[in-house]
Design a protein around this ligand. Structure first.
Ligand code: FMN
Length: 381
């Protein structure tokens, strides 16, 4: 290992007591490859087994906590005790490769397609968004106060299932525009009850979920259990989440005794849009706000060993890698062994079997132009 990268391979202790063997985390990535009944498929298990040997922790694809939170075909379920064996097989597959298994728990809210939720009943913080947009051609209805409480409990129940399944932790998915973010955002939360109306009230749902998940961990976990929270720092709508609002959320989350916060970005070097100036990256602004209270995981377009080292030098203790681990499942080992010239940063048509990528994920990669860097020979196909 060259000395310039050795800091990436130092261990890291989380607050709960879990020790991570290095600074690399596999980013949560939905693969749409689960079975019809919501269980994890063998193709999915093979996909994880192939690419999680090097990282210290895998954050799984997001699992839905209630039937009306399913946002993707082929998404796996965490909404009933019948799913515990499925969650256990996922955890054991990841742990067999030497990584911690953290289940990402989610409700997709207004982003759920009507065809995937019972009776096509799509729910969100509010019926409409402030600029009346629609997602997927259908309008959600606003959750009642009782239903809001039920969803908070469901996050706790899925956490209990994760504990019983032997997972090492859960990550609360408060990012990427899904239900938790829909409550935090002034764009999608137009409520006037205790769950909306002011910045403080828009934070109530995310914070209540954190409290419930932590309560369940104290009640049920017999070993140290990781609890993390993922957030998106900004939205491009007006009104929408700005850095100023995110600072307030991060302030509140940093005092919740979480193991980590996880910023969701496409590029870890990205600059703020609103609410903070461009003299620093979003990651640096957030790190300043956190002020050492909780570790931050950074993510976004880390493809080379130098990218990873640069991310660490921005002050990030942990970095998540997403697409690059799909493109090159041996990426971490290659960095560790200084085999840098062997790292692939593009995907090619012939690679599916070699990379152990299930068909639905492969089709997503092939059909969404610009999402994955494609090798020249297939770029035109
Ligand atoms: C195929 C795919 C699926 C994703 N699914 C999720 C998800 O389930 N949960 C989540 O928080 N982020 C999801 N993301 C975002 C990634 O976690 C990550 O933030 C993003 O890909 C940027 O990191 P990268 O440049 O290393 O890929 C997904 C990204 C991709 C490419």
């Amino acid at each position: 290992m060259t000395s310039s990268y050795s800091s990436l391979f130092e261990s890291f202790q989380l607050k709960s007591g879990v020790e991570l063997k290095n600074r690399f985390v596999m980013a949560p990535m939905t693969n749409c490859s689960s079975n019809e009944d919501g269980t994890v498929s063998s193709a999915e298990l093979a996909y994880y087994a192939r690419r999680c040997q090097g990282v210290s922790m895998v954050i799984t694809a997001n699992t839905y906590v209630t039937p009306n939170g399913k946002g993707f075909p082929g998404q796996f379920s965490g909404d009933s005790d019948a799913m515990i064996p499925s969650l256990r097989s996922l955890a054991q597959t990841i742990q067999a490769q030497g990584a911690k298994a953290v289940l990402q728990i989610c409700h997709n809210g207004r982003h759920c397609p009507p065809s995937l939720v019972p009776n096509g009943d799509i729910v969100s913080a509010s019926e409409v968004a402030s600029n009346q947009d629609q997602v997927g051609g259908a309008s959600p209805r606003a959750l009642t106060e009782i239903e809001v409480e039920e969803i908070i409990s469901a996050f706790g129940e899925t956490t209990r299932r994760a504990i019983e399944a032997g997972c090492d932790g859960v990550e609360i998915h408060g990012a990427n525009g899904y239900l938790i973010q829909q409550f935090f955002s002034p764009h999608t939360n137009l409520r006037n009850d205790k769950w909306g109306g002011s910045l403080e009230k828009r934070m109530a749902f995310p914070l209540a979920i954190v409290d419930e998940v932590k309560r369940v961990v104290v009640a049920h976990a017999r070993e140290p259990f990781i609890v993390g929270y993922r957030f998106s720092p900004e939205e491009d709508t007006t009104p929408g989440i700005t850095m100023v609002e995110t600072f307030a959320l991060v302030d509140a989350l940093a005092d919740k005794d979480l193991d980590y916060l996880h910023i969701s970005l496409n590029d870890f070097r990205s600059l703020p849009r609103r609410g903070a100036d461009e003299s620093r990256t979003r990651v640096e602004w957030i790190q300043e706000r956190i002020n050492g209270r909780v570790p931050l995981i950074g993510v976004g377009s880390i493809r080379t060993a130098d990218d990873a080292r640069d991310a660490l030098q921005l002050g990030l203790p942990l970095i998540a890698i997403g697409r690059e681990l799909i493109i090159d499942p041996d990426w971490v080992q290659k960095v560790k062994e200084n085999r840098l010239s062997e790292i692939s940063t593009v995907i090619s048509k012939q690679d599916q079997a070699k990379l152990v990528i299930p068909d639905p994920l492969w089709n997503l990669i092939r059909n969404r132009t610009g999402w994955f860097p494609v090798a020249e020979e297939t770029a035109s196909k």
